[in-house]
Design a protein around this ligand. Structure first.
Ligand code: 13P
Ligand code: SF4
Length: 307
């Protein structure tokens, strides 16, 4: 059986769409109807007229799709596709934390569970975070959750003094500054481009910092020909596809015995699991309707602000 043909047939039969994050394996990015970063995928989930969304991403993204389109069936090919960053901000702990700052509003990165979104005033992604924060009056105090590296980066860019939840992503925390500096020595012309979830020492030596889409745009538009890329390795597929003449070097993680610059959750999905998901309606993502009612508000606010 030719899986790709069967996937196409099932998609037509069920009026389904496959949405994939840039961190998916190349084969999945190539069969998806739409590939994007967290913001692109939320927009697409809100606007698609498909009846079924197969979400090749992680749980918080599939939950966001369900929150935005509760009448649609949202499927995730592997239900174990979690997120170490979302897990670093458990609802009970965050609720207690929030109570300590009653005069603060909450801005949370979409990399959170639906329960955290239900306790949030405005969501953001790394693409629109500055715009979201700048839309809030300067004298309004803010709690930012859950990523400490992104939060500190945003404080330095916007001059705010947001209170930051102490969470992090296992992929972006793992890059080795020492190993990156060795590569820079070997490739003196190469520009280091990094995601703001990376730790500060990596940010300091970077030539450009941006969200996954911003890194892709920079790599395509910049006149440099060599780039060291400090984010999840899946994005290199699009960078190479769009710029076959340029060299892209994945930044190495601290522990060379593991492929830590691969998100172990994102990389759980396979073409076979996507086929099974479509064929057997597996695994359906559900969110408590009471949580949906609250969580949709900060997500819609984010979409309004970022246009
Ligand atoms: P963006 O897609 O917003 O760049 O987020 C990166 C990420 O870690 C997604 O899991
Ligand atoms: Fe979560 Fe990090 Fe994986 Fe993104 S790359 S899904 S933030 S663990």
């Amino acid at each position: 059986m030719e899986l790709r043909k069967e996937i196409d047939r099932l998609k037509r039969e069920k009026n389904a769409v496959i949405l994939a994050h840039y961190y998916q394996i190349p084969e999945i990015q190539d069969i998806a109807d739409f590939v994007g970063d967290s913001l692109d995928l939320s927009r697409k989930s809100a606007n698609t007229d498909a009846d079924v969304i197969v979400f090749a991403g992680v749980n918080f993204m599939a939950e966001t799709a369900k929150i935005l389109s509760p009448e649609k069936k949202v499927l995730i090919p592997d239900p174990e596709a979690g997120c170490s960053l979302a897990d670093s901000c458990p609802p009970a702990g965050f609720s207690e934390f929030r109570e300590k700052y009653p005069d603060h509003i909450v801005v949370s990165y979409v990399n959170t569970t639906a329960e955290i979104k239900a306790m949030t005033d405005i969501c953001c992604t790394s693409t629109n975070a500055v715009k979201v924060i700048e839309s809030i009056p300067a004298d309004q105090k803010i709690i930012f959750a859950p990523d400490r590296n992104l939060g500190n980066y945003l404080n330095s860019l916007t001059g705010r003094d947001m209170v930051i939840w102490d969470g992090a992503c296992h992929v972006h925390e793992e890059f080795s500054l020492e190993k990156i500096l060795v590569i820079k020595d070997q490739h003196p012309e190469a520009k280091l481009i990094s995601h703001p979830e990376c730790q500060k020492p990596i940010q300091i030596v970077s030539d450009f910092i941006g969200s996954t889409s911003a890194l892709l745009k920079f790599a395509s538009e910049d006149n440099g020909s060599e780039f060291i890329v400090a984010t999840e390795s899946g994005i290199l597929h699009q960078m190479k596809k769009r710029n076959p003449e340029k060299l892209f070097i994945p930044a190495p993680p601290l522990d060379s015995t593991c492929a830590c610059n691969d998100c172990k959750f994102m990389k759980l999905h396979t073409i076979k699991k996507i086929y099974n998901s479509l064929a057997e309606d597996k695994f359906e993502v559900t969110v408590d309707p009471e949580i949906i009612e609250k969580a949709v508000i900060p997500i819609r606010r984010m979409l309004e602000i970022s246009g």
